[in-house]
Design a protein around this ligand. Structure first.
Ligand SMILES: C[S@@+](CC[C@H](N)C(=O)[O-])C[C@H]1O[C@@H](n2cnc3c(N)ncnc32)[C@H](O)[C@@H]1O
Length: 420
């Protein structure tokens, strides 16, 4: 029984995501380390492709099996195989089906082998149309987003924009990176060469050595909005894994500033330390604390504070396709209350004339404008200023927002407050 290692790895990753709420961005790199280069691309495609089409594939499977209740492993094996049969023209159907049957055996579901084989063969013979109760369900199934999330977005952005957003969430994001303190002149020159953007292997090697850092352009805008000037005391409140800390620490005036960064979880603090070291941001002071309760600093001890708050992440579904299946409606209110607490605590640390930057990678009003509005109502010492970012990102209310469907980058929200 020979099964392609890429299909075994994709099955194991998808099984963990389904049963343990794990993240593909964590599991894929770990699996890819163990795979031969020739198997990596297919594992990547099968994992992310299947996740991006999950609701659609489940609908097809329900039609093909007449709604039969399926064992989790069998359901995942069918999803992976059906994804190949419907969306990957370079894979011969027999290869997808044979490996699915063998995976069923490997997963110790021997009695389901005939069933898996029959369902997949039926899918290649019969054209099965899906039916929808209305426009919302059509968008939900065709773009594989939960119905409630589509309904929520339609309420906020309208139907046409929601359809575009949900479709954009299934696109493969472009590989974006920035320079670090370790980027040498020779590397800078090499990166200017045409076509280098497509040389993923070269870019990965540079990133592994800290000479560049992969960071979506939406996330980089947050670092840009911080605009740390000379001789400032800066705190990055929710800093791990350190994308923005290292971006800011490496920017124009690294030597004259005091840069402090921290996070709630020890394992994430360690990742933050590792990333700072890797990118040559050695001067950053790193701490562990719970910013929701209290921060270990005297009042008014910083000039600039960034709160890149824990959030639902709905702006990063392109990079983390499984997020949409983990979220529940109640999460937004719970997150908003946590975000407001952190914002209020951190605001006490700002000097007069200092700045507070609040950002999320969420598209939801509850976690963004609503949190900022509540903060401003309860904290009269602060006022909103427009982020110093390209005009196309600025909103009528004075915030900055990015959208995957409009800007082709992750969805971020940025607010800048100044203290009287
Ligand atoms: C959006 S992530 C930050 C990303 C980071 N700024 C970057 O650019 O790499 C939010 C972070 O907040 C941390 N966090 C959550 N609750 C926290 C709390 N109560 N105190 C401090 N950090 C917290 C999480 O562990 C997570 O690392």
């Amino acid at each position: 029984m020979k099964i392609s290692p890429s299909r075994i790895a994709a099955f194991e990753i998808l099984y963990k995501i389904e049963t343990e709420k794990s993240f593909s961005s964590v599991l894929l790199p770990l699996a890819e380390e163990k795979l031969e280069p020739k198997d990596r691309a297919l594992c990547h495609e099968l994992t992310l492709g299947t996740l991006r089409k999950q609701i659609y594939l489940d609908r097809r499977i329900a039609k093909l099996t007449n709604g039969k209740k399926l064992d989790v492993a069998v359901k995942i094996i069918l999803r992976i195989a059906l994804y190949q049969l419907e969306f990957l023209d370079k894979i011969p159907p027999h290869a997808a089906i044979n490996d699915a049957v063998n995976l069923t055996q490997m997963a110790k579901k021997t009695s389901a082998k005939g069933f898996v084989n029959a369902v997949l063969r039926r899918s290649t013979r019969e054209k099965i149309e899906l039916d929808f109760t209305g426009a919302v369900e059509k968008i939900s199934v065709e773009t594989s987003h939960p119905n409630w999330l589509i309904e929520k977005w339609i309420g906020e952005f309208g139907q046409a924009e929601t359809a575009k957003l949900a479709a954009a969430n299934n696109e493969t994001p472009k590989l974006a990176y920035r320079l670090t303190a370790k980027t040498t002149a020779a590397v800078k020159l090499a990166l200017q060469k045409e076509g280098v953007e497509n040389e993923r292997k070269y870019l990965r090697e540079l990133a592994a050595n800290g000479k560049i850092y992969f960071q979506d352009e939406g996330s980089q805008l947050v670092g840009n909005a911080v605009e740390l000037k000379e001789n400032k005391k800066f705190l990055d409140v929710c800093a791990a894994p350190g994308s923005k800390t290292t971006q800011i620490a490496n920017s124009e005036f690294p030597r004259s500033n005091l840069i402090v960064a921290g996070d709630l979880y020890w394992n994430r603090v360690k990742i933050l330390q590792k990333n700072c070291h890797k990118q040559g941001a050695e001067s950053v002071h790193i701490l562990q604390y719970d910013a929701e309760n209290s921060l270990p600093f005297a009042d008014q001890s910083f000039d600039v504070v960034l709160i890149d708050a824990p959030c639902s992440g709905t702006g990063t579904i392109r990079h983390n396709p499984e997020i949409r299946y983990f979220l529940e409606e109640k999460d937004f209110t719970e997150l908003a209350s946590k975000q407001l607490k952190i914002l209020k605590n951190a605001s006490k640390l700002i000097n007069h004339g200092g700045r507070l930057i609040y950002s999320t990678c969420s598209l939801e009003k509850e976690e963004n404008e609503d949190v900022c509005q509540k903060f401003l109502t309860e904290n009269s010492g602060f006022y909103l200023v427009e982020p110093n970012l390209p005009e196309k990102f600025l909103t009528a209310q004075g915030y900055a927002r990015t959208f995957p469907q409009r800007d082709k980058i992750d969805g971020f929200f940025i607010a800048v407050f100044e203290k009287n």
